[in-house]
Design a protein. Sequence first.
Length: 113
Amino acid sequence: MKKKALLKLLGFAFSVIPPLVATLDQLPLMSTAGKWSVLAIVAIVLCCMPFIKHIKRLLASPSAWLMWLLIFVFCIASRAIIDEFYTISLFGLLGSVVGAVLFKLAKEEKKDG
């Protein structure tokens, strides 16, 4: 049971931390005017997408207008930072692949123990 929990925790860590670190490296959190950068905040939220699977279980079904709103905000925000997203998405892909393997190992651990 402890091994399963550890594998799940490592799965989340590898799914979230690499793209989050790449985002923090590629995008400034503060704009030149000293305000929070909306683009960096949107990118950080995207890095935490693996948690949406678990949040989605809590919500019966997300409304259509909310999903379209999120897509709209993402499209507007990503126009200005598309080059940085190449790096962020690469780290996100690699981290998620490692995380998926760890989640699979955790699932198999549940069957064994």
